[in-house]
Each structure stands twice: as structure tokens, then as C-alpha cells.
Design a protein around this ligand. Structure first.
Ligand SMILES: NC(=O)c1ccc[n+]([C@@H]2O[C@H](COP(=O)([O-])OP(=O)(O)OC[C@H]3O[C@@H](n4cnc5c(N)ncnc54)[C@H](O)[C@@H]3O)[C@@H](O)[C@H]2O)c1
Ligand SMILES: O=P(O)(O)OC[C@H](O)CO
Length: 325
């Protein structure tokens, strides 16, 4: 199969490696021609995936037409903030698969990535991929599982076949909203978990925070079209566990750094995207308009965007009105 991957960061490169190991021909697109040329020359993306060699089946390119030509589907793995611009520059494609974990607040609405894709390419078929998938582990061939969701069962099955292999087990789902929201919201909870780590609050506190965080994800996600069971699957609970526990997670690490005094500006100097920070802002804007209650997300927002003391914010969470579980 010919497949295109847009975005040569950690996740785009890991997905390209996975596909090529299964024998597919993969065009790996970077908007930066110097990166595409370096990948071609060195067969490594050392800044994102140290020690991982690009198989011969991966062809780094920086022109959109060459990337997507003849692709059975196009995986999108750029940060949320780049999706609209990147898709606007693409020629028509048969199918887009979002590997992006974020949401945008625009025109008074909360938009999932698949909705941005539908607006940008109304004729394209659309699917989303999510799950506990730390890029470096996947690229190193450690076992992992993911879920691909689409209203188009044939497309979901095609992506499942293409990505699935001895180290990567892929499930399908019809619940696009649930799978996307699980992947986006868990980043906010991973920031909160990182803050708990940074404050050295202990494992009881972290477990309580994550359990209540999952409840917040379920409440929000089901109100926005997801099915409750999806949030207890790979893209919800599964990814929450991986992201909130792993030293490799950028969201969890960012939370830890913030609790120890780093600012938003400090985070933005980093090379890699911390999606949870942007998702927190989008959800905060949404909550301000809709009146929807998101206590943990709001706590994270106050620490990240208002510079409130994380310890004080946590105390306020603890002092909320007692209620049944
Ligand atoms: N890294 C992971 O473990 C992982 C796993 C699953 C999902 N994801 C998700 O995949 C998406 C991409 O993450 P990543 O880890 O590959 O990010 P990254 O920071 O490693 O790389 C992102 C790539 O996109 C490029 N980029 C940055 N801004 C851009 C823009 N405005 N337009 C076009 N390209 C741009 C960068 O140059 C880089 O090549 C995110 O939504 C992330 O949550 C990441
Ligand atoms: O490194 P993070 O925090 O962006 O998390 C990466 C993936 O989403 C884990 O599944």
C-alpha cells in the first residue's frame, strides 16, 4: 500500500517506521525541506526518535503533491495548531486519518480534528487514530495497541490492516467523537498528574486526581457525542495511564516542570509540542461560554495561564462542596 504521513515529528516518524516495517511504501512529509533532506541523508530522526533507523520503505519529502500522490490514506501527525494550514496546502486526497490529539476553540465552537478535516476536505473520507502510543516506544518496536475510529467501516478496516503487525495491535470503533475526545482530554489530566508529581503529593493523591480526571473526561466526552465505554478503552483510560505515568510523556513532564516553577514561556522554548496546554485553553474558553463545569481542567488552566500557586489550587479542589462519588 502507498501511504502518506504529514508531519515528521516524533509521532509522524514513528507511524512511518511502523508502516514501512509492515512492507508499505511511505511518503513522510515535512514542511521543512532541510529536515526532509537530513532524513534522506542520515535515515534517522535523532531529535525525536534517537536510535531509530528509518526503513528503506520510508521516503522523506517536502512537497505536498509528491507526498500524497496515490496514497490509500494520509495520516496527519502535526500539532493541532498546524492542522488547518497544512490541509489547506494539500491537493485532493482519498482519505485522511488524524493521529492528532487536540481540540480547537474557534467561532464560538469546540472543534475536533476530524471536524476540521471535513471542513478542509469535504470529499475526503475521514478516520481518527488514538491510544496509549508513546512514539519512542512504538518506533523501537515495543508492543502497543491503538484504536482507529470512523463512520466509514471500510476505511477503519483498511487502516487497521495497514498499521497492525506483530508489535502493534489495532482495534476499530465507530465512535469518532469518543476516540478523539479521549485522546485530547487525557493530555489535560496528564498535566495535572505531572503537577502532582512536581509537588511530590504521593501516589494516593495522583490516583485520586486521575480517577476524578477520568470522570471529568467521561462527563464532558459523553455530553459532546462520545460513548461512555469508549472512555474506558484504549483512547481514554488506556492513554490516560500511559501519559500520566510515563517519564516519556511531554504533557506529564510539562506539568511537573510547571509545579516546580517553569512558566508557559519556558515550555514554549521546547522543541516538541505540549498539546495539553492548548487543549486546556480551548476547554477553558468553551467552559466560560457554555457554563459547563470542568473543575480539574479549570485548576490546570489557572496554574498554567494565570500563574496561580498549584498547591493553593489543589487545596481549593479538595475543599469543593462534598458530594457522592
Ligand atoms: N509523540 C507522541 O508520542 C505522540 C503519540 C500519539 C499522538 N501524538 C500526537 O501527534 C501530534 C503530533 O505530535 P508529535 O509528537 O509528532 O509532535 P512533535 O512536536 O514531535 O512534531 C511535530 C512536527 O510537526 C511540525 N510542525 C510544528 N508546527 C507545525 C505547523 N504549525 N504546521 C506544520 N507542521 C508543524 C514540526 O516541525 C514537527 O516536525 C500531536 O497532536 C500529538 O499529541 C503524539
Ligand atoms: O508525550 P505526550 O504527552 O504528548 O503523549 C504522547 C501520546 O499521546 C501518548 O499516547
Amino acid at each position: 500500500m502507498n501511504v502518506a504521513v504529514l508531519g515528521a515529528g516524533g509521532w509522524g516518524t514513528a507511524l512511518a517506521v511502523l508502516l514501512a516495517r509492515s512492507g508499505h511504501r511511505v511518503a513522510l512529509w515535512s514542511r521543512r525541506c532541510e529536515l526532509a533532506e537530513a532524513l534522506l541523508a542520515t535515515r534517522e530522526n535523532a531529535a525525536y526518535l534517537p536510535g531509530v533507523r528509518l526503513p528503506e520503505g520510508v521516503r522523506p519529502v517536502c512537497t505536498a503533491e509528491r507526498a500524497v500522490e496515490g496514497a490509500a490514506f494520509v495520516l496527519v501527525a502535526v500539532p493541532t495548531k498546524g492542522v488547518r494550514t497544512v490541509l489547506a496546502g494539500m491537493p485532493p486526497v482519498e482519505a485522511y486519518v488524524s493521529a492528532v490529539k487536540g481540540v480547537r476553540f474557534a467561532e464560538g465552537r469546540l472543534l475536533r480534528i476530524s471536524q476540521i478535516m471535513r471542513r478542509a476536505a469535504p470529499a475526503a473520507r475521514v478516520a481518527v487514530l488514538s491510544g496509549p502510543n508513546l512514539a519512542l516506544e512504538v518506533a523501537r518496536g515495543l508492543p502497543a495497541a491503538a484504536v482507529v475510529a470512523s463512520e466509514d467501516a471500510e476505511l477503519a478496516a483498511r487502516v487497521q490492516r495497514a498499521l497492525g503487525g506483530p508489535t502493534f495491535r489495532v482495534y476499530t470503533s465507530p465512535d469518532v467523537a469518543g476516540v478523539e475526545l479521549g485522546g485530547a482530554l487525557k493530555n489535560v489530566m496528564a498535566l495535572a498528574a505531572g503537577m502532582a508529581d512536581g509537588l511530590e503529593l504521593g501516589d494516593n493523591a495522583k490516583a485520586a486526581l486521575l480517577t476524578r480526571g477520568l470522570r471529568e473526561m467521561v462527563r464532558f466526552g459523553t455530553a459532546h457525542g462520545g460513548a461512555v465505554e469508549t472512555f474506558y478503552g484504549l483512547s481514554g483510560l488506556g492513554d490516560l495511564m500511559a501519559t500520566a505515568m510515563s517519564p516519556l510523556s511531554r504533557n506529564r513532564s510539562a506539568g511537573e516542570r510547571i509545579a516546580r516553577g517553569a512558566t508557559l514561556a519556558d515550555l514554549e522554548t521546547g522543541r516538541q509540542v505540549v498539546e495539553g496546554v492548548h487543549t486546556t485553553a480551548a476547554l477553558h474558553e468553551w467552559a466560560a461560554r457554555s457554563g459547563e463545569e470542568l473543575p480539574i481542567t479549570e485548576a490546570v488552566w489557572r496554574v498554567v495561564y494565570r500563574g496561580d500557586d498549584p498547591r493553593r489550587v489543589l487545596e481549593e479542589l479538595m475543599r469543593r462542596e462534598p458530594k457522592p462519588e
